[in-house]
Write a protein that binds this ligand. Structure first.
Ligand code: GRF
Length: 219
């Protein structure tokens, strides 16, 4: 009997283009994860419409109305556990999760960050990459730890930084690679081929090429 798909929740706060990439990947019958819940901390997040269009259950928890950080996280936790969620993907989720929440889902939360971590954690990554004059920039999918934008790296994708780039142009180029590495990382983790060992991710070399989790365009 085929292995059951990993029940995955995607947590968003806004546009949801990475959510769209994950939904598209999960539409494939062979994909090892299903998007079983989309959770947002903003009732007006655009990505919720996408979830509705695909018939994916949603839960929106409005931070303006819902009390303390601990109370809000309790509501997230209840929604996730009630839906039988096994793995969480943060995709543009603009809320820093508490150490308590992160620990209670240890090694079961992924995040996508628009830089080649550990370079440029935090906000305004594209502006900072341009200011630093780096020639290569990109995106990272990593397991979440209590420290912001830190944790074992699953997949990275690189793009060139071109002379004359604006933060917007660079952001567009990076977003293109985000939409490729997030499905790849979810595939690796949900299928059990990428596992945390110590504080690194080890990819099963019997089934994957050693560079399977590194993308650099062009295709
Ligand atoms: C992406 O750039 C992601 O890396 C960052 O927030 C943005 C979310 O975009 N964490 P979207 O909502 O997935 O379109």
């Amino acid at each position: 009997m085929a292995k059951a798909k990993t029940r995955t929740a995607v947590l968003i706060s806004g546009r949801g283009s990475n959510l769209a990439a994950l939904i598209a990947a999960a539409d494939n019958a062979d994909f090892p994860a299903e998007i079983a819940l989309v959770l947002s901390d903003r009732a007006d997040a655009k990505g919720l419409d996408l979830a509705r269009e695909h018939g994916i259950p949603i839960a929106a928890i409005d931070k303006a109305r819902c009390g303390t950080k601990a109370e809000i996280e309790m509501q997230f936790d209840t929604a996730l556990r009630d839906a039988g969620i096994e793995l969480i993907c943060l995709a543009g989720f603009m809320r820093i999760l508490s150490a308590h929440f992160v620990e209670s889902w240890r090694d079961r939360i992924l995040n996508i960050h628009p830089s080649l971590l550990p370079l440029f954690p935090g906000l305004k990554t594209h502006e900072r990459a341009l200011e630093a004059g780096v020639r290569i920039h990109g995106a990272t999918v990593h397991f979440v730890r209590a420290e912001m934008d830190a944790g074992p790296i699953v997949a990275q994708g690189a793009v060139p930084v071109l002379d004359g780039d604006t933060p917007e142009h660079l952001a567009d180029r990076v977003l293109g690679i985000e939409h490729r590495i997030y499905p790849l990382a979810l595939d690796l983790v949900a299928s059990g081929r990428a596992k945390v060992q110590g504080e690194r991710v080890i990819i099963d070399s019997t089934t994957m090429a050693p560079d399977a989790a590194l993308l650099s365009p062009p295709d």
